[in-house]
Design a protein around this ligand. Structure first.
Ligand code: PLP
Length: 404
């Protein structure tokens, strides 16, 4: 497959700022279309056997050059998305997978082998915890969880067998911000690979590859797509790990399909606009919630906290996802508060245009090593969408009366 045309277009806009790049890239001049074509293909047809061989040789020489001989390697539609994300991440390459969790799995599967050990931040996304703590154990891979607030628990647990430090920042549901630079320093000193789940901020607000991470994961299901209608994941890599991930991608078959790639590319056009608005709305809601004495805000808003300092040091913005730690002896009043919200849907995921709420019952954080909730502490997660923030605040105001 020859997609040199789109490739040159992307190269031209690579030199522009990201906001401009997002709007102008991936035009399909061949079809006179402002958007890329959705190319669906399993079999790719060549002019001759020699043409197949030449393409394969080109692919060997330039493995990120977009030379494919079979649909499982992608089509021009997935390739364009990968190139856009490579620019956003400032990485060597980006692999795209059918779900965000597929990228988590691919990152770990690529570099960890039996008898290795991995260090994982304690408040990771719960399926990541299940994968590392339970499933990898069956393959004789040991997971040690470290305390995101005390990196001595990271450094002191490094052994000769440690292969990977897996970070998620901020912590899932508890929103701890870690000293990312310090983690990289420790990893480099001990020659250990690093991966980060950067779904909360996306590289629009944090560029992990620039900090020195080897791999950076984003669930494209969330802000990249932005419209709650498609799933996908991205795994950005540097040159050091590229070959290992490439092989693992091939043998797992974890490849995003072209229709989903198209929808994610469409969502990305407005990533900057949406994230800036999510952030602005979330700040207004946070300002309102911070006045309530029953609520501790888990969002980089309170200036004198360590979390704020760590966020400020590394991030250029905050997204729309926040936690509320509610103190109440009356759990049914917490449920009543959550259930009385009218503009917040009850459901998993986030990052779409709409507001969402989840009451994290204790069992969902119960297996944490470094965090425990008292009986009178409750975690509620809010995703602040793109509605008018004064409507959102009014909605919270009428519901919060039930909190006792
Ligand atoms: C949603 C999420 C994932 C998984 O993404 P999916 O696209 O749902 O598979 C991974 N990490 C974090 C932090 C997430 O929020």
């Amino acid at each position: 497959m020859d997609i040199a045309l789109s490739w040159s277009v992307i190269n031209f806009f690579m030199s522009k700022s990201f906001k401009t790049f997002l709007k102008h890239t991936a035009k399909d001049f061949h079809n006179q279309s402002v958007n890329p074509a959705v190319v669906r293909a399993s079999t790719i047809i060549f002019k001759s056997m020699q043409h197949i061989r030449r393409t394969q040789i080109k692919a060997q020489k330039n493995p990120v050059g977009g030379h494919f001989d079979y649909g499982r390697q992608g089509t021009s539609t997935t390739y364009i998305l990968q190139k856009i994300l490579t620019k956003l991440e400032q990485s060597y390459h980006v692999f795209t997978t059918p779900t965000g969790f597929g990228s988590v799995f691919l990152a770990i599967f690529s570099v960890v082998r039996p008898n290795d050990e991995i260090l994982v931040s304690d408040p990771v996304y719960s399926p990541t915890r299940i994968l590392t703590e339970n499933y990898l154990k069956e393959f004789n891979i040991k997971t040690i969880f470290y305390n995101p607030k005390d990196l001595k628990t990271l450094e002191n647990n490094i052994s000769k067998k440690t292969k990977l430090i897996f970070v998620e920042n901020p912590g899932s549901n508890s929103f701890e911000f870690q000293d990312l630079g310090k983690i990289i320093k420790i990893a480099k000193k001990h020659k250990i690979l690093t991966a980060i789940d950067n779904t909360w901020a996306t590289p629009y607000y944090l560029k992990p590859m620039k900090l020195g991470f080897d791999m950076s994961i984003v669930s494209a299901t969330k802000y990249y797509s932005g419209h709650s209608d498609v799933m996908g994941g991205s795994l950005a890599v540097n040159k050091k790990v590229f070959n290992r991930v490439k092989i693992a991608e091939k043998i797992t078959g974890l490849r995003l399909g072209p229709d989903d790639a198209y929808l994610i590319t469409r969502g990305l056009r407005t990533l900057d606009v949406r994230l800036d608005r999510h952030s602005e709305n979330a700040k207004k809601v946070a300002a309102y919630l911070s006045k309530n004495k029953k609520i501790k805000l888990l969002y980089p808003y309170i200036r004198n906290s360590n979390n704020f300092r760590m966020w400020k040091k590394y991030y250029s913005g905050a997204s729309g996802l926040m936690g509320l730690k509610i103190r109440s002896k009356n759990i049914s009043s917490v449920r009543k508060f959550v259930n009385s919200l009218k503009l917040f849907g009850y459901g998993y995921s986030w990052g779409g245009f709409e507001s969402l709420v989840l009451h994290q019952e204790h069992r969902e954080t119960g297996n944490r090593k470094y965090m425990s909730l008292n009986n009178d502490e409750h975690l509620v997660r809010l995703h602040i969408g793109l509605e008018d923030p004064s409507d959102l605040i009014a909605d919270i105001k009428q519901a919060i009366k039930h909190l006792k």
